[in-house]
Design a protein around this ligand. Structure first.
Ligand SMILES: Cc1cc2nc3c(=O)[nH]c(=O)nc-3n(C[C@H](O)[C@H](O)[C@H](O)COP(=O)(O)OP(=O)(O)OC[C@H]3O[C@@H](n4cnc5c(N)ncnc54)[C@H](O)[C@@H]3O)c2cc1C
Length: 496
């Protein structure tokens, strides 16, 4: 039987919230109870009881949701699957339980089988939300999205008469639902109780790592614009060649300040999982000489006489992947995202330069993380097989803003909203879709970085699910498998 935690329980305060402590908004927004489920059978029993009582269930695995989809559930019940976290192999397929944190997934798959998933960078993110929303990370240019590798999903759905049904869906059973679960996001169709993968990519033996940092304060707007354009240009051209797919780079742009630096982190391995030949990595790093980078070592620049402003170190892939530990402290946060099909235009770079040069509290608390993308993710057939429409992008941007004081919520939220809007306003964006990453240059936003500000645009489903037939398909699937809309949140799929 699931562990029941009600409002009187001393554990309630700690467990009612997820990683983003903005939610629940206040006590009246919080769920009335939590049900901690340590097996699919417990989840089925708990869901049956919750639905039978006429309560709204929200589902939680790792608790890293960016928006209020889980923790704001007035009077309802949170089904928490974090205790259901085993990772193993059965009947020839790998199984990952939704409550497993990515760090646990990596450790288990590596130690037991020498395999991995091309999933995200954060140890504490849960498989449940991450895999159902796509899930990408440092190996995704080489191996695609995590959900691309799915061959089966176990899920609890609720019939029109309220009966809970346990299904195993795959390419032969409930084919439409299986496709929807390959990237259309958690919280729309049911409670996922297991992910299955018939095959997985082999974990690399080692990776080469290198970092660059740029003197932010002394960069002019023109130099910054050229730096961003040069970064994007690589992914739009050379980065399309398969021999570069083992290269993944994260470029972080934050507030401009005296001694502030812009940092770029690159990780590379060959398709065979070795990093002996580093020519692709050097070719990339050497592009940026004109911007006078230095090696990113705290408080220290590269030594005089070094021919390169960076060093390359090689270490075991596992160390590089789970060395960083957990997700950092739980904090108040706001996120936004954009898929980019082409390099930056001057207007985008100028909007970023001006925002981060300003002294607003939002600017001081924010970063834009620019990730390389594409490679194996962009194999065209995947758009029709899965529920991730974005298969032409070369970069993915994530806006992040962090603060502690609830009294500053409105200021930070407004600051981020205005900043994002300014980047996507101008002739580089479709005239009828101003304020959003829409047009020839863009593929909208990432569902696993949900952003409720986008709900004010009638075209928000197309921003997150693409402009093709995916969203209508998802709506039909929703109507079929969740006819009473039991599983819903601000950005869940609406029934046809
Ligand atoms: C610090 C941090 C780092 C991140 N890094 C990356 C990254 O590198 N790459 C990347 O792609 N994303 C990344 N993300 C985003 C992450 O993938 C999403 O936030 C993801 O949805 C979190 O999953 P979760 O299970 O931890 O969250 P939860 O809050 O538990 O769930 C998120 C959503 O999925 C639903 N859900 C959860 N479990 C289930 C289930 N069992 N059945 C059905 N629905 C379910 C929830 O209802 C909710 O709608 C990061 C997020 C954070 C906070």
């Amino acid at each position: 039987m699931a562990v029941l935690i009600n409002r009187q329980d001393p554990r309630f305060e700690a467990l009612k919230k997820g990683h983003n402590v903005r939610f629940p908004g206040d006590s009246s927004q919080a769920a009335n109870r939590l049900l901690l489920c340590a097996s699919p059978a417990e989840a089925e029993e708990a869901l049956t009881a919750v639905v039978g009582a006429g309560l709204r269930p929200t589902v939680r695995s790792g608790g890293h949701c960016y928006e209020d989809f889980v923790a704001n559930n007035p009077g309802g019940a949170i089904l928490d699957l974090s205790l259901w976290n085993r990772v193993d192999r059965e009947g020839g397929a790998y199984r990952v339980a939704p409550g497993a944190m990515l760090g646990e997934v990596y450790g288990n798959l590596y130690k037991r089988y020498g395999m991995t998933l091309p999933a995200g960078t954060c140890y504490g993110v849960g498989a449940g939300g991450h895999i159902s929303g796509g899930g990408y990370g440092l190996l995704s240019r080489l191996h695609g999205l995590t959900s691309d590798w799915l061959t089966g999903v176990d899920i609890l759905t609720v019939e029109a008469n309220g009966r809970v049904v346990a299904r195993h869906v795959d390419r032969r059973h409930d084919v439409g639902l299986f496709r929807a679960l390959r990237g259309a996001g958690g919280g729309s169709f049911g409670v996922i109780t297991d992910f299955h993968f018939a095959v997985l990519p082999q974990a690399p033996r080692e990776v080469a790592e290198a970092s660059l940092s740029f003197p932010w304060e002394s960069l002019t707007e023109d130099q910054f614009t050229r730096l961003l354009a040069s970064f994007g240009e690589y992914w739009a051209t050379r980065g399309r060649d398969p021999d570069t797919w083992g290269l993944f780079v994260i470029f972080v742009v934050g507030p401009r300040s005296p001694n502030g630096r812009l940092s770029m982190y690159a990780q590379f391995c060959q398709p065979d999982g070795t990093a002996t030949d580093q020519s692709v990595l050097h070719e990339f790093m050497d592009r940026f000489q004109e911007f006078q980078p230095s090696q990113k070592v705290a408080g220290k620049s590269s030594a005089a006489g070094e021919t390169r402003p960076y060093t390359v170190s090689v270490r075991p892939w596992l160390d590089a992947t789970i060395g960083g530990g957990a997700s950092g402290d739980s904090i108040r946060a706001k996120y936004k995202s954009a898929y980019m099909k082409q390099t930056f235009v001057a207007a985008e770079a100028q909007a970023m330069y001006r925002f981060f040069s300003g002294g607003s509290r939002a600017a001081q608390s924010s970063v834009v993380s620019i990730d390389s993308y594409g490679g194996a993710i962009n194999r065209p057939h995947l758009a029709a097989e899965t529920a991730v429409a974005q298969r032409s992008s070369i970069m993915k941007l994530q806006w992040q803003c962090y603060w502690h004081d609830e009294a500053e919520d409105a200021e930070h939220l407004r600051g981020m909203d205005e900043f994002f809007t300014s980047v996507y306003t101008g002739s580089h964006v479709d005239a009828a879709r101003q304020g959003t990453p829409w047009g020839d240059r863009y593929e909208g936003c990432y569902l696993n970085y949900p952003d409720c500000d986008m709900l004010r645009y009638p075209w928000w489903p197309q921003l997150f699910h693409g402009r093709g037939d995916l969203y209508p398909f998802l709506q039909q699937t929703k109507a079929q498998y969740d006819p009473n809309n039991i599983f819903h949140h601000a950005m869940s799929v609406r029934s046809a």
